[in-house]
Design a protein around this ligand. Structure first.
Ligand code: DAH
Length: 344
């Protein structure tokens, strides 16, 4: 009996070794046949029972059956382990088209750009062309041609980043009024979005770089009513159909008469108070506007008795600050994805 036990133990050890060495399903099956198959080792051991005394046979049979059960269990486990590995390998190579895709970081339009696009699309629909101009401009386009002579006090706020004696980063988009009228005879209708630069100390409301959109319409018999009509339409599109627009008398050397343009705050409807949207003012300041000064037309050799026109220049940051309820202009330029994602 102990002989038999010994034999079974050794057999099982060999079986386990063989199983461990069998890496593919075919060799695992070969091990099964060699040990548990019809002519396998177990069968040979079973045959040996015949030579035992009759009373020893039942317990010998039981011991063999137990050994077979253990071997079958470990064969099973090995097969499952091998299958698992094969499955993983197959999975690695396969593509699951139903698997949820990783979201690519696609980004979004910058809030300034979105305000710009909205304004541009309004004017484009009304027949205006969008033109872009250089950010470095000579004195002539920045000032002289816009009726701001060298000694004029209005230069003060505009005199900023000079690149040479008479070349500077443009402090407004108005130089493009001149370039447009140089290149095209009236009737002309353009808007000019773009970057501007000023020597402003940086704080929550000021930046040395910001964006404006300039508008210019010159033709025959153009009057202030045309300007009001277009700007009221623009404000209604930007802030809602009921938006009131206010024109406050102002002064710019290149327009006469001149006006500051405000849109009624769409949140507090002008009641102000602690309104965050308009900062309590009740109105959102857009920028300057007016009828093109006759001197500007004369500078470009157009007869002011024949031609007239209007122009405006609005700050895009101001509009975007209000529209998106942002407390600090610097956020627009810090390129912080966490900030920009909130507005996307
Ligand atoms: N260029 C002026 C500025 O930056 C804004 C402006 C005022 C533009 C009146 C205009 C205008 O076209 O007509 O302050």
């Amino acid at each position: 009996m102990s002989d038999l036990g010994q034999r079974l133990k050794q057999m099982q050890a060999r079986f386990e070794d063989a199983l461990a060495a069998a890496q593919d399903p075919k060799s695992v099956d070969a091990v099964r046949v060699a040990f548990l198959g019809r002519n396998g080792e177990v069968t040979k051991v079973r045959r040996a029972i015949g030579s035992l005394a009759a009373n020893e046979r039942p317990s010998a049979g039981r011991v063999i059956n137990e050994a077979v059960a253990r071997m079958e269990a470990s064969l099973d486990a090995t097969l499952r382990k091998r299958e698992g590995k094969a499955f993983e390998a197959a999975l690695e190579q396969s593509i699951d088209v139903t698997f949820p895709a990783q979201h690519p970081n696609v980004g979004s339009l910058h809030p300034i750009r979105r305000v710009m696009d909205d304004i541009a699309s309004y004017f484009e629909r009304h027949g205006f062309a969008i033109v872009l101009g250089p950010e470095a401009e000579p004195d002539y386009y920045n000032f002289d041609a816009l009726n701001i002579p060298p000694d004029h006090p209005a230069r003060e706020g505009f005199d900023s980043f000079y690149l040479s004696d008479d070349m500077l980063l443009r402090p407004h988009t108005s130089p493009m009024q001149i370039r447009t009228l140089e290149a095209f005879a009236p009737p002309v209708a353009v808007i000019v979005p773009g970057k501007c630069y000023r020597r402003d100390a940086v704080d929550a409301r000021h930046s040395f770089m910001f964006h404006q959109v300039e508008g210019l319409l010159v033709g025959e018999a153009i009057h202030f009513g045309h300007l009001k009509g277009m700007l009221i339409g623009m404000c209604r599109e930007l802030f809602g159909v009921d938006t009131d627009v206010r024109f406050r008398p102002s002064y710019f050397p290149f327009t006469e008469p001149s006006a500051e343009v405000d849109a009624r705050c769409p949140v507090c409807q002008g009641s102000g108070g602690t309104c965050r949207m308009c900062g309590g003012a009740g109105w959102i300041e857009l920028g300057g506007s007016g009828m093109v000064h006759p001197n500007v037309l004369r500078n470009l050799k157009y007869d002011p008795d024949v031609y007239s026109g209007w122009a405006f220049g609005f700050g895009l940051e101001r509009i975007a600050l209000r529209r998106y309820d942002i407390d600090d202009i610097r956020r627009f330029f810090e390129n912080d994805p966490q900030f920009l994602e909130q507005l996307a």
